[in-house]
Ligand binder design. Sequence first.
Ligand SMILES: [Zn+2]
Length: 303
Amino acid sequence: MEECPICFCQQWELFTTAVDRVLLRPGESWEIQRCQDCGFGLTTPVLSEEKIKHYYPSTYHGDTVRTIEAFLSGKLQRSRSWKGEKEKVDLVQRFVDKGRILDVGCADGKFLWALDPEKWDRTGVEFAEQTVRLVNDKIPDLTLIEGDLFSDKLPENSFDVITFWHVLEHLPQPRAVLERTQKLLRPGGWLFISLPNFDSLQARLFQRHWYAFDDVPRHLYHFSPRPLALLLKENGLKVFKHVFFSSRVNFHCLKYSLINWSEAHFGSRFPYYMFKPLLMVFPLLERLSGKWGMLTTISRRDD
Ligand SMILES: [Zn+2]
C-alpha cells in the first residue's frame, strides 16, 4: 500500500468495498481504505490518470445542448436543479458579493450562469472539450477553459473566489491542486470546497450502500474536515468555517443511500418507503453530531 497523500502514514484499514453504480461494469469492485492516522480515504486499486479517463462516459454531464436551450428559453430557471445553483450563489454571496470567480470542474457551467454578470467576472475550467465549446458558443459573458486549473490561461493572484463543487474528490494530486489554487487566489481570496464527508453518520451507517460511493472509482479520495483542514493549512489556506451545505444535496444522498440499501437487501424499494419518514429526522442527528453527510469548507488565502 502506498502512503497517505495527506499525512504520509502507511497504516490503512479497509472501510468497505463498493461498486461503480454509474457504469455498472460487471465483476469490478473497489476498496475504500481509511488512513488510521488522519482519517483520509483512498479508493484502491489506484488508477493512473490515463485509466481514470475511461471511467467518465461522454454522457457524464448530461445533454449540454438541451441544458443550454433550457437556459436560453428560461425553462431551466424554473427547474429544481436551478434552485441548487442559486443556493450555491447565495452561500458564496454571504461572504463576498462581487469580483472575479473561478469554478473548477465546472461541467456545463450552470453555477456560473446563475451568477449575476453585472457583479461577477466568470471563468470555469473543464476537461470535457465538447461541453466547453458548446457553452462558449452560446452563453455570452463567461469564459470556459478546456483543461484543468494548471492551465497557463489562468493568471495567478487574480481570483476573488475559487469554487470546487463536488470536484476535489475527483482530482489526482490534491496537494498540487490546492497549492495551485492558493497561487491563483488573490491575497485574502475565498475558497469554497464542497464534497461528501467521509467522517459522516451516513457513511458509517450505510457503508458500501452510501450514495457517495456510487461514484467510485471517479471519487479517488474521500475527505473529511480533519484531513481537508490539514491540506489547506499546508498550502497557505486558512479554514474560515466548515458548513453543513447543502442540506438539499445531503437529503438526496441520504435518500439514494437508503434506496441502495433497500434494493441490496430486499431486492426492492419497498423497505425504503417504510423507512422514508426517518429521513426527515436523520439530518437533525447529523446537525447535532456535527457529522454531516455533505461538507462545505470555506477558507481564505492566508496573506
Ligand atoms: Zn493520513
